[in-house]
Design a protein around this ligand. Structure first.
Ligand SMILES: Cc1ncc(COP(=O)(O)O)c(C=O)c1O
Length: 368
């Protein structure tokens, strides 16, 4: 019986050669390949002013830093995410404030965000759960009215579109992840998209200790000429990783379309099954379909049944505020509580063919 895992790592057939070229050049640090990768993210995917970094987590942390988030500031986020989204807020000594989500899609609830705003609130971090864009118009309006920064955690949402706008061209800061199992991998890596050119420039130096590679020339003494004025980080991507990313960008749109095909098969096959309640999505936006999730009754039995047929189903992530580091579960997140009890995800990735999707549907149809 074929094993159908929940994730896969996609490596384009040309990747080995591209990575080898970098190895043979012996220039492995941040150089022209990183720039080429950034240019491609922008020209091919419409991501504005992308700055490549070494993970989605560092992208989020750098975005908070650039947004001026500091000790004691409150940042509103959903608990339906990976811990990285909340940990970076703690790393800035700021306070994560968990808002509720929409039961129907797992994204942050704008009504709840409004209720969570206090005089200390400085930013909203929204997460496009599974690749489905949040209600960005409403979020941007709330942010404008309350003078807040918006940081999008688009770790799942490379290639997603909201009202004809590419994710990565909508708000102040959009953070992507190129970790091993994401749509595009660089091994580990990430990028921040910027609306503001000055912030973009600041990011270019802050990702490398605070040194501006363009203006800090080598001196006769043998070191670059720099005088760091604000705290920077070692967050840059390197050419070695970027070469893998460049190879993996080839055919990315076709791969996204493949995911869409699988989604259509799942939607049709699962819509009328007792005990399954599909997520509901608006048709004014296109998900990047990194995940395929829904609500299911008797979830553990469902997972076990699929497992017995070599299919992995997973919650992916449960609410992150259950981790003690966040100071205890936030009470009163009614939709989050319900969502946490029944959400489940089934495999969707490059190795899932239509036959696999149909096999998964037929297996589910036999009951659990
Ligand atoms: C929603 C979300 N945000 C952030 C991250 C962190 O990305 P990375 O692993 O590239 O640091 C992830 C990683 O899986 C994620 O799922």
């Amino acid at each position: 019986m074929k094993n159908i895992p929940i994730y896969n790592t996609f490596i384009h057939p040309t990747a080995t050669q591209k990575v080898n070229e970098v190895l043979e050049s012996t220039f492995l640090s941040e150089g022209k390949i990183v720039q080429e990768f950034e240019n491609k993210l922008s020209s091919y995917l419409g991501i504005q002013n992308p700055v490549a970094v070494n993970s989605g987590t560092t992208a989020l942390h750098l975005a908070l830093d650039l947004a001026g988030i500091k000790e004691g500031d409150e940042v509103i986020l959903p608990a339906q995410t990976f811990v990285a989204t909340g940990l970076v807020i703690l790393q800035q000594k700021a306070i994560p404030v968990f808002a509720d989500i929409n039961y129907e899609d797992g994204n942050i609830s704008c009504a709840s965000v409004k209720q969570k705003i206090t005089p200390k609130t400085k930013a909203i971090m929204c997460v496009h759960w599974g690749g489905y864009p949040c209600d960005m118009d409403e979020i941007l309006l709330i942010a404008k009215e309350n003078n807040l920064a918006v940081i999008e955690d688009a770790a799942h949402a490379l290639g997603a579109v909201y009202k004809s706008k590419k994710v990565g061209s909508i708000s102040d800061y959009t953070c992507f992840s190129f970790q091993a199992i994401k749509h595009i991998t660089t091994g580990d890596g990430g990028a921040i998209a910027f609306k503001n050119k000055d912030k973009f420039k600041e990011a270019c130096s802050k990702r490398w200790f605070g040194i501006n590679r363009e203006t800090a020339a080598q001196t006769e003494l043998g070191e670059r000429n720099y005088n760091i004025e604000t705290l920077g980080y070692k967050y840059h991507l390197n050419d070695f990783a970027a070469s893998l990313g460049l190879a993996n960008l080839i055919g990315f749109k076709e791969r996204l379309n493949h995911r869409k095909e699988i989604v259509n098969v799942y939607n049709k096959g699962l819509e009328k099954i007792n005990g399954i309640n599909l997520f509901t999505y608006q048709d004014d936006r296109e998900s990047a379909n990194w995940l395929y999730g829904f609500h299911v009754e008797n979830r553990l039995d469902f997972i076990r049944k699929l497992k017995s047929q070599n299919i992995t189903a997973s919650v992916i992530h449960q609410r992150i505020d259950r981790n003690r580091v966040f100071g205890g579960i936030t009470r009163g997140l009614i939709n989050q509580e319900k969502f946490d009890l029944s959400q489940i995800h089934i495999p969707i990735h490059d190795n899932i063919g239509l036959e696999d999707a149909n096999y998964i549907i037929e297996t589910i149809k036999t009951g659990w």
